[in-house]
Design a protein around this ligand. Structure first.
Ligand code: NAG
Ligand code: NAG
Length: 198
């Protein structure tokens, strides 16, 4: 009798689970290589595929005068390498923070991320511990048929001293793929909060 109830319960749970599954385009990280200079900063990145979230932690050992972030991203269609999108840009973190503190959109995005931990909010960046825990971006279920994509991210942080001398303090290389998965743990966020139009 007891065993029967347990099996019934398991079937019910499986059915509910199936009913709640939604199609979602999610990244699958394959390789995460993290490097810090360990003199000015140390940092770590952790990712959980099953309950998707990112943790980021950074220890600033010496006050950072100014920081540039250099980002190179390559996204390509696995089946058709002709469809490749690349981004190659350098952003000044202190200028972004100035913008985040002044504009409403900037404050909104900054406020959204701030809920996940203790993040840098002004320059020069003071000595101390910064972290983002259990961060995930807002998701919306996918109905379109999307191609499988591969991504490759090169992330570099450079310290600029008072004489504008640049020193690499972080250098990360992250690769993986985006594919459509059936998920039952959708993370609703900003988009889900907006009123539905249908
Ligand atoms: C991320 O941080 C949270 C809270 O500290 C912890 O529960 C979780 O296990 C961490 N995840 C990974 C992938 O380390
Ligand atoms: C990105 O831009 C920099 C500077 O313009 C250049 O040196 C580098 O080769 C570029 N990287 C790629 C992958 O094109």
């Amino acid at each position: 009798m007891f065993l029967k109830s347990v099996i019934l319960l398991q079937i019910l749970l499986a059915l509910c689970h199936g009913g709640l599954a939604e199609k979602m385009m999610r990244p699958k990280f394959k390789d995460i290589k993290i490097w810090s200079d360990e003199k000015m900063v140390s940092h770590k990145v952790a990712y959980d595929n099953s309950d998707p979230h990112l943790n980021f932690s950074m220890e600033v050992h010496q006050e950072l005068h100014d920081v540039d972030v250099h980002l190179e991203v390559r996204i390509s269609n696995k089946l058709d390498p002709y469809y490749t999108t690349t981004l190659n840009t350098t952003i000044n973190v202190c200028r972004i923070l100035g913008f985040a503190n002044k504009s409403p959109v900037g404050r909104f995005v900054h406020g959204f991320i701030r809920e996940y931990g203790n993040i840098v909010d002004s320059c020069p960046i003071a000595k101390g511990s910064y972290y983002i825990n259990k961060f995930w971006w807002p998701e919306d279920p996918t109905t379109a048929i999307l191609p499988e994509l591969e991504f490759d991210i090169q992330f570099e942080a450079l310290h600029l001293d008072a004489n504008k001398k640049r020193t690499v303090i972080m250098n990360d290389h992250i690769s993986g793929e985006f594919n459509v998965q059936d998920v039952s743990n959708l993370k609703p966020g900003i988009f889900a909060m907006l009123p539905k139009t249908s």
